[in-house]
Every structure is written in structure tokens, then in C-alpha cells.
Design a protein around this ligand. Structure first.
Ligand code: UT7
Length: 331
């Protein structure tokens, strides 16, 4: 019997309406469009507004978009994974609520958190459930309401992050398409350089912490940047080498959209032409768990059955890795 592979068979996405441009940020903090554009490649990002709207709002909208496009009956979904670094609440999972709201009433559901690598790790998890033969329809959603943990007086972070959501369906494939290989890494020494210190179990929020803004995300950008550049490129090289892939075999690089310079450095290391590098950071900024599915959604019409796609991500923790996947359909 041939091995079951796990293929992506449908994609959906959602970004909120409100557009936070570099020009608006210029009125909020000491920054300017030229600096942001040249250092990050970002022009604008989307922000979710509205009382009580959390990450599940983004996840539900992205999943509904996938259901509308594919015609899938949500009752057929067996598992919903929400990859996120910004769950709606503690203790009550965002995925369970999302699954109920989209009508996936026969599914079990859980959240998966690995900062900016959440969706990449989620691809590994979702695929493993399919490859095991136990499940046939796994919905993986990557969604983050980053604006909920950003200090809009901190120019080191507020220019980078945005909100958004994306969803993919994993199903078994009999033609050998779908996930081919993965190389996933982590290193806990990185947690000092990108984190929201207060509000978790180590340091529950105090009035003093709130007053000092220590519940917001802090980033030592330069250190994260250096680690992201070297590690993301290293894992992409590794995945190519161990699958005997040359740059000509690669149709697309789908890299986490954190900084255009990091994506360019990864593409350069594997000597990939610019026109094979998926890019939408200029419109959404860093949406953490949503960057990879938002890329798939934006590029879906250009993807062809059999295309070799190399995914790569790097994020807080530190967490990072690369996945090699064969695209399974023409849209
Ligand atoms: O997705 C998870 C992983 N996250 C990342 O991958 C992000 C990685 N880091 C980065 O993308 C970059 O480090 C940043 C975009 C965050 C910052 O870019 P940088 O080139 O590393 O800048 P820097 O922090 O080294 O700062 C350079 C200069 C400093 O001024 P001096 O000391 O040279 O006078 C900063 O104060 O730029 C200044 N600066 C700014 N100027 C205008 C820092 N932020 C800003 C700003 N606007 N927003």
C-alpha cells in the first residue's frame, strides 16, 4: 500500500477592513514612511476594530471564506486547529469556539501556539493526522489579532504587526502530492528577545506592569533579525539538500512575512529568482500565524498542480523551520 500524503485542497482568507498606513503611523510615533519601507518593506497593515472581537473573529471569517469557495459541508470536518499567538482568552480555546461558529459540529478542536511559526508547525500537525489514516478532513487556520498586544507608542513594534487570518484544508492524496518533508526547530534561549512578559502564568498582570506597558510585546529587533536571517535560510537550504532539489525545481518560496529583508536573504541563499518569491508584506505587515495562508490565498490562482513550494518561518521562542510541499490542484 502506498503511503498516504496530506495535501492542501482548499484555501480561504480574511483581513479586517481598517487600513493602518505608514502615513497614519507617522502621526502616532516618531517614524516615517521612508524608514519603514526601506527597513521592512511594509506600506500598510490591517487592524481589527470592534468591542469584543478577538482572533476567533478573523479565524471564523477565513474559514467561512474557505467553505464558501470550496462548497465543503462543515459537518464533514473532523479536526479544527487554530494556530495563533493571540488566543481570544485563557483557558477557553479559540479553536473550539471557531469550530462551533462555522458549523463544524462533528470536529474536535485545539489551539496551537508557536509564535510566528504557529502555522508552519500546524501544517506538520495537520498533515500527521491525515498521514496516520485516522482523519480525512483537517482544517488548519492561522489567525492573529496582533493589535491586541501592541503598544502603539512603541515604534520598534507598532510599525511591523498587523491582524489577519487564513485557512487551509488538508485531505489525503493518492498521487503523492502534498507535504513531502519538514525540518522544524526551536531554541528557548530566544524567549528574552521577543515576548509579552506580563499576562501569562509566570508573571500575572499587575497594576504596575500595566502602567509600565509590560503586558505589550517587546522585541529586540536586531537580535531577532540576525537569528531569523541565518536560521530561516539554513533550514530552507537543508530541506532542498535532503530532497535533492535544485533552485530550478522550486516553483515558489512561501516565507513568513516579518521583514522583506529577511525574505530576500532567504531567497538569495537558495538562489531563487525574485518572481518565485511570494510577497504580500507591503499590504499586511507581519500577521504572525496568518502570513503563510494569506500568501497561499493571494497566490492561489497562480499555483499549479505539482508545483514544489518551500515554506519557511522564524518566530518568537525561538521557533523556526521549513516545509517542502507539492501543490495539489489548479484553481
Ligand atoms: O515575526 C517574528 C520575528 N520578527 C522579526 O523577524 C523581526 C526582526 N527584526 C526586524 O525586522 C528589524 O530589526 C526591525 C524592522 C524591527 C528594525 O530594523 P533594524 O534595521 O534592525 O533597526 P534597528 O532596531 O537596528 O534601529 C536602527 C535605527 C535606530 O536608530 P540609531 O540608534 O541608529 O540612531 C533606531 O532607533 O533606526 C531607529 N528606529 C526607527 N526609526 C524610525 C527604530 N525603529 C524605528 C522606526 N522609525 N519605526
Amino acid at each position: 500500500m502506498s503511503k498516504i500524503t496530506a495535501a492542501i485542497t482548499a484555501v480561504g482568507a480574511y483581513v479586517p477592513e481598517y487600513v493602518l498606513t505608514n502615513q497614519i503611523l507617522e502621526t502616532m510615533v516618531d517614524t516615517n514612511d521612508e524608514w519603514i519601507t526601506s527597513r521592512t518593506g511594509i506600506k500598510e497593515r490591517r487592524i481589527l476594530k470592534g468591542e469584543g472581537k478577538g482572533t476567533s473573529y478573523l479565524a471564523i471569517k477565513a474559514a467561512q471564506n474557505l467553505l464558501d469557495k470550496s462548497g465543503l459541508d462543515p459537518k464533514e470536518i473532523e479536526l479544527v486547529i487554530v494556530a495563533t499567538a493571540t488566543p481570544d482568552m485563557k483557558a477557553a480555546g479559540t479553536a473550539a469556539y471557531t469550530a462551533s461558529q462555522i458549523g463544524a459540529t462533528n470536529a474536535f478542536a485545539f489551539d496551537l501556539e508557536a509564535a510566528c511559526s504557529s502555522f508552519l508547525y500546524g501544517m506538520s500537525a495537520a498533515s500527521s493526522y491525515i498521514e496516520s489514516g485516522k482523519y480525512k478532513k483537517v482544517l488548519l487556520i492561522g489567525a492573529d489579532k496582533n493589535s491586541s498586544m501592541i503598544n502603539y507608542e512603541d515604534r520598534a513594534t507598532c510599525i511591523i504587526f498587523g491582524d489577519g487570518g487564513g485557512a487551509v484544508l488538508f485531505e489525503p492524496n493518492e498521487e503523492g502530492l502534498g507535504l513531502q518533508d519538514e525540518y522544524l526547530r526551536s531554541d528557548g534561549m530566544g524567549r528574552e528577545f521577543l515576548r509579552a512578559k506580563f499576562g501569562g502564568s509566570s508573571y500575572p498582570t499587575t497594576v504596575e506592569a500595566l502602567e509600565n506597558g509590560e503586558h505589550y510585546v517587546f522585541q529586540d529587533g536586531r537580535t531577532v533579525f540576525k537569528n531569523a536571517v541565518s536560521n530561516m535560510a539554513d533550514v530552507a537550504v537543508k530541506i532542498l539538500e535532503r530532497n535533492n532539489l535544485s533552485k530550478d525545481d522550486i516553483a515558489w518560496l512561501a516565507a513568513h512575512q516579518a521583514n522583506k529583508r529577511i525574505i530576500d536573504a532567504t531567497a538569495n541563499r537558495i538562489e531563487l529568482d525574485e518572481n518565485k518569491v511570494m510577497m504580500n508584506i507591503e499590504r499586511y505587515g507581519n500577521t504572525t500565524s496568518a502570513t503563510l495562508p494569506l500568501l497561499l490565498s493571494d497566490y492561489e490562482s497562480q499555483l499549479k498542480k505539482g508545483d514544489n513550494i518551500v515554506f519557511a518561518a522564524f518566530g518568537g521562542g525561538f521557533t523556526w523551520g521549513s516545509i517542502y510541499l507539492k501543490w495539489a490542484y489548479n484553481s
